[in-house]
Design a protein around this ligand. Structure first.
Ligand SMILES: *[C@@H]1O[C@H](CO)[C@@H](O)[C@H](O)[C@H]1NC(C)=O
Ligand SMILES: *[C@@H]1O[C@H](CO)[C@@H](O)[C@H](O)[C@H]1NC(C)=O
Ligand SMILES: *[C@@H]1O[C@H](CO)[C@@H](O)[C@H](O)[C@H]1NC(C)=O
Ligand SMILES: *[C@@H]1O[C@H](CO)[C@@H](O)[C@H](O)[C@H]1NC(C)=O
Ligand SMILES: *[C@@H]1O[C@H](CO)[C@@H](O)[C@H](O)[C@H]1NC(C)=O
Ligand SMILES: *[C@@H]1O[C@H](CO)[C@@H](O)[C@H](O)[C@H]1NC(C)=O
Ligand SMILES: *[C@@H]1O[C@H](CO)[C@@H](O)[C@H](O)[C@H]1NC(C)=O
Length: 355
C-alpha cells in the first residue's frame, strides 16, 4: 500500500535496457541538485585512517541516530552515502531460495535459486526516492554485493548467489541509475572497491577469501568482451579469518604512522599504502550453538593484508550483528562515524560514533 504513489519511469531510460526504475518521489533528483559530490570515504580518508587506528576493542560506540528505511529492503548488501542527504543501498530480492546440494556439482555447493538485484535510493530521512532493478528476469547473476562510490560511479558486483560461480562487474550512474556492464569474472564476487589513484578495481569473492585486482590502464583492450571472462592481474588469498568482509570503501593512499611498525610490528608502518575500510561478520560455531562476530578492518589493497582489525559487538534492535552487510564511514566534527544497515526487509540505518 505504501507503494501506491510509485510511478514506473522505465520509459525515461530507454538507454539502459537492464534497468527498470520505479520512482517513489516524482521530481526529486537521485542526487541532490543533480551534482555529484566527492565520496566521503575519499575526502575524509586521511582522518578515517588516523581515527580508526585509535579504535580498539574497548572503544565506546555512541549511537548518533537510527533512521528507518521505507519499504521492503530485501537483503541490503552494500551502501554508499552520496552527499549528506542520499543513501544508495544495493539489495537482493530472492524469489527462489538456493538449496544445498549434498555434493559438489560444477564446482559449487548449491542450486542457483532466483531473484533480482536492486539499487534503492533513499533521502536522509529514510524516504524511498527510487528503486532500480538491475537485472532481467531469469538472470542467474542476481546477487548485488558490496558497493563503492568513486565521485562519479557506483561500482557493483552482480554475481550468482553461490560460491565458486560467476560475476559481472557493473557501474551505475547515480544521476540516472543507468547501468553499464563492464566485464565478467570466473568466480563469485561479493564486494568491489575502485582505487581511483591507481585506477584499479579490487573485488572480493565468496566470504572475501580472495582479493582480485583489475587495472584500467589499458581499458578496454586488456578486457575480454562480454560474456567472456577477464582474468584478474592479481589474485591473492586473504590472510585473515577474523571476519569475512561484506562491504568495503576505498579511502585513498595514505602514509601510515611509523609507530605502527615499532609498537605493533606492522610491516607497513611509515609507508604510503592504498587502503580500504571494511565491515564483516564471522559465524563462530561451538558444538550446536553459534553466534555472529562483527568486525571492522582497515585493509591494504595491494596485499589484502588487514592493517587494523577491531571486533564490534553491537546488535541491531532486531538482534542482528551491526556489521552484517552495508557499511559506510566518514568524519564529523573530528570524530569517526560509521553507518550500518544490518537488518533484512525491515531495515534501519544506524549511525555510530567512536569515542
Ligand atoms: C543545492 O542547491 C541549493 C540552491 O542553490 C543550495 O542552497 C544547496 O547548498 C545545494 N546543496 C548541495 C548539497 O549542493
Ligand atoms: C523494490 O522493488 C521490488 C520489486 O521489483 C520489491 O520487491 C522491493 O520490495 C522494492 N523495494 C523497496 C524498498 O520498495
Ligand atoms: C540432500 O539430501 C537431503 C537428505 O538426503 C535431501 O532431502 C535433499 O533433497 C538433498 N538435496 C539436494 C539438492 O539434492
Ligand atoms: C553443470 O554444468 C553443465 C555444463 O554447463 C550443465 O549442463 C549442467 O546443467 C550443470 N549442472 C547443474 C546441476 O547445474
Ligand atoms: C570452492 O573452490 C575452492 C577451491 O577449489 C574449494 O576449496 C572450496 O571448497 C569450494 N567451495 C565450495 C562451497 O564448493
Ligand atoms: C586464491 O588465491 C590463491 C593464491 O593466489 C590462488 O592459488 C587461488 O587460485 C585463488 N582462488 C580463487 C578462487 O581465485
Ligand atoms: C521493524 O523493525 C523495528 C526495529 O528496528 C521494529 O520496532 C518494528 O516493529 C519492525 N516492524 C515490523 C513491521 O516488523
Amino acid at each position: 500500500m505504501q507503494f501506491s504513489r510509485l510511478v514506473s519511469a522505465a520509459a525515461f531510460l530507454a538507454l539502459s535496457a537492464a534497468t527498470n526504475i520505479t520512482i517513489a518521489q516524482p521530481g526529486v533528483p537521485f542526487v541532490v541538485n543533480d551534482t555529484l559530490p566527492p565520496s566521503f570515504a575519499f575526502t575524509d580518508g586521511a582522518s578515517i585512517v588516523d581515527l580508526f587506528l585509535n579504535v580498539d576493542s574497548s572503544t565506546t560506540w555512541n549511537l548518533i541516530s537510527k533512521t528507518h528505511l521505507q519499504g521492503d529492503t530485501g537483503e541490503p548488501e552494500g551502501m554508499v552515502r552520496v552527499g549528506d542527504d542520499r543513501i544508495f543501498v544495493s539489495s537482493g530480492q530472492y524469489t527462489v531460495a538456493t538449496e544445498k546440494y549434498n555434493r559438489t556439482i560444477n564446482g559449487t555447493d548449491r542450486t542457483a535459486g532466483a531473484g533480482y538485484a536492486h539499487m534503492l535510493v533513499y533521502d536522509g530521512q529514510g524516504g524511498l526516492i527510487a528503486n532500480a532493478t538491475l537485472t532481467r528476469p531469469g538472470d542467474i547473476e542476481y546477487h548485488a554485493g558490496g558497493i563503492d562510490y568513486d565521485g562519479r560511479y557506483i561500482w557493483i558486483p552482480l554475481a550468482q548467489y553461490r560460491p565458486n560461480s560467476t560475476a559481472t562487474i557493473v557501474r551505475l550512474d547515480p544521476l540516472t541509475l543507468e547501468v553499464q556492464r563492464l566485464f565478467a569474472v570466473d568466480d563469485h564476487n561479493g564486494g568491489v572497491v575502485h582505487d581511483t589513484i591507481a585506477d584499479t578495481l579490487v573485488t572480493l569473492n565468496w566470504n572475501a577469501r580472495n582479493a582480485t585486482t583489475w587495472s584500467f590502464k589499458d581499458y578496454p583492450s586488456s578486457f575480454a568482451p562480454l560474456p567472456l571472462f577477464t582474468p584478474p592481474e592479481i589474485d591473492l588469498q586473504n590472510p585473515s579469518f577474523f571476519v569475512d568482509y561484506q562491504d568495503c570503501k576505498f579511502i585513498g593512499h595514505h602514509v601510515l604512522p611509523s609507530q605502527l611498525a615499532l609498537a605493533r610490528n606492522n610491516p607497513y608502518g611509515g609507508q604510503l599504502r592504498p587502503l580500504m575500510f571494511c565491515s564483516g561478520v564471522a559465524t563462530i560455531t561451538s558444538g550446536d550453538s553459534s553466534y555472529p562476530l562483527g568486525g571492522l578492518a582497515l585493509v591494504d589493497l595491494e596485499t589484502a593484508t588487514p592493517l587494523w582489525e577491531v571486533p564490534i559487538g553491537i546488535l541491531s534492535d532486531l538482534g542482528v550483528s551491526i556489521a552484517e552487510n552495508p557499511v559506510d564511514v566518514s568524519v564529523v566534527d573530528g570524530k569517526l562515524r560509521v553507518y550500518f544497515i544490518p537488518d533484512q526487509h525491515n531495515s534501519t540505518l544506524y549511525v555510530y560514533e567512536a569515542n
